[in-house]
Design a protein around this ligand. Structure first.
Ligand SMILES: [Zn+2]
Length: 394
């Protein structure tokens, strides 16, 4: 495939993109030529934080009346006990993957709850991972109730890694005690070192400014000289930290090279639930972290589940919310905000060959936009190209 007259992002050069055998090349012997007429063609989106196992389970029995994280967790427990099985899970997961694909996502990192003794969801998700062609799928083994609230949870996490999960998940703020939160972070590093995995945590997803597990997550990486990647999802407590502490801990996050994933759709909905007015927004400090050079991405998190009744699977929706919540709409920040669902997200995913250069994977989104901001403003229909094949659009 040859894409002619592409406006590149962020350099704004007019280029031709030649894709051969799935990768960007110097030449292409294929005769599929698309002239995009100097519109923007951007490298595809990456979705770094989503829960495909709970997508689309929302129904009347699962209405989250308080709108809190806690009620969402208990509704999910009920669903797992009464309804979850491999075939219905597969149907929902494939529906969510197609939605993401059609929006231009070709890399997905999904959490899978591994607190079920049979590991039903994980085993089915591993099968799906091996079958899907249009996305690269990565699995984070996520202990929904923490590692030490139930006796079996840390064994189940380890078993999940043996079964092939890519990333070690944790949620230290959901442990019963502060000490167990600390222990969960150390256990995550021990397991990641033992099985040569990366770490992808739900960290400080609370409005409690005393929740400061991010500092240990960062420091431990430095101390151990841990070579894998470490992602911290949410960090909503940071919204409520005092400014001096926030500044110090953001410096530490930058030094440790932690990838941060903010999930503004769900956190605008779930946070601030214990406030009266004024009500906090509860989205992490994206702007301050970008200023410190932290690699920040934006995630979708949920699609129609007990934690979030909406969710279109479009990274532009999540970005749109982040732009408002922070806010991030200075001309410069707005123009470069797409980085958080393209380059930054691909880097956190560990995508080796990403972008326009020779050898990059041929995954692109063809838009009708004349500049990056128009992509967010107009949300024109998109053509999605995966390894040189058109998978959406004509
Ligand atoms: Zn999550």
């Amino acid at each position: 495939m040859i894409l002619k007259n592409c406006l590149s992002y962020p350099n704004n050069d007019i280029i031709d993109i030649k894709i051969k055998d799935g990768f960007v090349s110097d030449d292409s012997d294929d005769d599929i030529i698309i002239d995009v007429g100097k519109n923007m063609v951007i490298p595809s989106f990456s979705e770094l934080h989503i829960h495909l196992d709970s997508a689309f389970i929302l129904d009347e029995d699962l209405e989250n009346k308080s709108g809190t994280l806690e009620e969402g967790i208990s509704l999910w427990d009920k669903y797992k006990k009464e309804k979850l099985n491999p075939s219905e899970l597969r149907g929902r997961v494939m529906k969510a993957i197609h939605l993401l694909e059609n929006n231009g996502v070709t890399r997905i990192r999904t959490n899978v709850d591994v607190s079920d003794p049979t590991l039903t969801a994980l085993k089915e998700m591993m099968r799906i991972k091996n079958e899907v062609k249009n996305v690269d799928l990565q699995i984070t083994a996520f202990p929904q109730h923490g590692l030490f609230t139930c006796t079996d949870n840390s064994e189940l996490l380890e078993k999940s890694l043996e079964l092939g999960a890519d990333n070690v998940g944790i949620a230290p703020h959901l442990e019963d005690t502060y000490e167990e939160g600390i222990k969960s972070i150390k256990t995550a590093y021990d397991l990641a070192e033992k099985y040569k995995k990366n770490i992808d945590g739900h960290i400080d997803e609370t409005d409690d400014p005393e929740s400061r597990f991010i500092e240990l997550l960062a420091k431990e990486r430095i101390k151990r000289n841990f070579k894998g990647s470490v992602s911290a999802g949410h960090l909503t407590a940071m919204h409520s930290y005092n400014n001096q502490y926030a500044n110090r801990v953001i410096g530490l996050i930058a030094r440790a090279g932690i990838d941060v994933i903010s999930n503004p759709l769900i956190n605008m909905h779930l946070q601030g639930r214990y406030d009266s007015y004024p009500r906090i927004r509860g989205v992490t400090r994206i702007r301050e972290m970008l200023d410190h050079g932290v690699n920040v991405s934006i995630g979708q998190d949920c699609i129609m589940d007990p934690w979030y009744p909406l969710g279109s699977g479009d990274p532009l929706d999540a970005l749109f919310m982040a732009l408002h919540a922070e806010p991030l709409m200075t001309p410069d920040l707005l123009e470069h905000s797409l980085n958080m669902i393209t380059y930054n997200a691909a880097m956190a995913f560990g995508a080796k060959n990403y972008g326009y250069s020779y050898g990059s994977q041929g995954d692109f989104i063809v838009t009708d936009a004349k500049n990056p901001v128009e992509i967010i403003q107009y949300r024109h229909s998109r053509k999605v190209i995966r390894k040189g094949f058109l998978i959406k659009g004509d």
